[in-house]
Ligand binder design. Structure first.
Ligand SMILES: Cc1cc2nc3c(=O)[nH]c(=O)nc-3n(C[C@H](O)[C@H](O)[C@H](O)COP(=O)(O)O)c2cc1C
Length: 365
């Protein structure tokens, strides 16, 4: 049997294989962030397709952290029943589900919230200038992460994924490009890490030691003057020491030139573009469960990455949107690359219509 189908643990959970559905904002929630029937269908189809665990699209922990219209919310107890239905449909298919919890910071669209951040700096992903957060506001946000995490556990989901990447609030704090604070929330790498550390602790207190808490970590910013890989790997080591249960390796603050979701993955050389980051993180975290995201297509490459010990899981995002049953197909012996080349037609009109694959639709339509 391929190592891709050997079970492996994250905290107390035994995942049936090594495939994780990485987070993709669904743009399907109701006006207050409620789970909708469209989301239940979307995720049940993916769960049925054989993935061991689904990381839901990012969800906001505080009303002022809503990053985009139709984003899922975790800021209110009234959202718990909807989240419970989502957990139920996914669990029917022997699949786990983690909520990705986030605050948009200055990566906010459509006037959903005021762009805020550690310092008054333009977010390279959105071009929006952040207002500097006050000390009291930072504490309120840290608290909101803990409260949101408690709701996720209450709703019966299996774990938390902290969004620590892609130019949202946590990565704005860790990056020297966007954090110029001179108080206790900024300075050298250890001080810039404080926000993430406090967020992790707030969550841990809220959910307890026996509940899985993972992070999607931007291990390096794709820009000069950004977080270095050495600093990113050091962050991973700090999180491991603090008790995090798993890390999904991604890139930090994307720019218009180098996004974390790269397009047009047409050759094997273009796949797994964050593998060098995983190679830097692995020696710092011992046997902590790691996953790698970004451009993966070839089953034999996924197998090789795991066999060599760089990560224990592989995370795929866009491929599950067009081919939800890709894991079942690989289990049945398919060796050719997954069909999604990341042409990014799934992004077109997502804000209005919700997430779906549009690669076979008329480009003019
Ligand atoms: C439409 C879309 C929505 C995304 N939403 C999220 C999200 O909510 N949270 C997150 O951490 N990453 C998000 N990502 C990034 C993916 O999780 C993933 O890191 C990236 O697409 C690279 O993986 P892939 O090549 O397998 O798609 C999104 C990507 C796309 C294309």
């Amino acid at each position: 049997m391929s190592i891709l189908f050997e079970p492996y643990k994250i905290g107390p959970l035994t995942l049936k294989n090594r495939f994780i559905k990485s987070s993709t904002a669904e743009s399907m929630a109701g006006p207050n962030g409620e789970v909708t029937p469209a989301m239940l269908d979307f995720y049940e189809t993916i769960a049925r397709g054989g993935a061991a665990c689904i990381f839901l699209g990012h969800a906001f922990v505080h009303p002022l952290g809503k990053a985009s219209p139709k984003m899922t919310g975790l800021h209110d107890d009234r959202l718990i029943p909807g989240l419970r239905s989502l957990a139920d449909v996914i669990h029917r298919h022997d699949c786990f589900v983690f909520a990705e919890i986030n605050h948009g910071g200055s990566r906010v669209q459509g006037g959903c919230a005021e762009p805020v951040g550690p310092s008054r700096v333009v977010n390279p992903s959105t071009g929006l200038l952040a207002r500097e957060l006050k000390f009291s506001e930072i504490l309120e946000i840290v608290d909101a992460f803990g409260r949101a995490a408690a709701r996720v556990r209450e709703a019966g989901l299996d774990g938390i994924l902290i969004h620590g990447a892609h130019g949202f609030l946590a990565s704005l704090f860790t990056s020297p490009f966007t954090n110029h604070r001179t108080d206790e929330w900024g300075g050298d790498a250890s001080k810039r890490f404080r926000f993430l550390d406090e967020v992790y602790r707030s969550i841990r207190i809220a959910v307890g030691n026996d509940y899985p808490v993972a992070i999607k970590l931007g291990a390096k910013d794709d820009m000069p003057e950004g977080l270095s890989l050495e600093e990113g790997a050091e962050e991973a080591a700090r999180l491991a020491k603090a008790g995090i249960d798993a890390i999904e390796i991604s890139g930090g603050i994307p720019t218009k030139e180098a996004g974390a979701s790269r397009s047009n993955i047409l050759s094997r050389e273009q796949e797994a573009y964050f593998l060098p980051y995983a190679k830097a993180v692995r020696p710092k975290v011992g046997k902590l469960p790691l996953s790698l995201v970004g451009g993966l297509r070839s089953p034999d490459l996924m197998e090789e990455i795991i066999k060599e010990g760089w990560t224990d899981f592989v995370s795929l995002a866009r491929p599950f949107i067009c081919e939800p049953d890709l894991v079942n197909k690989i289990r049945a012996g398919r060796r050719e690359p997954v069909s999604c080349t990341r042409d990014d037609r799934c992004r077109v009109g997502i804000g209005e219509e919700g997430l779906r694959c549009r690669r076979d639709e008329n480009p003019a339509g």
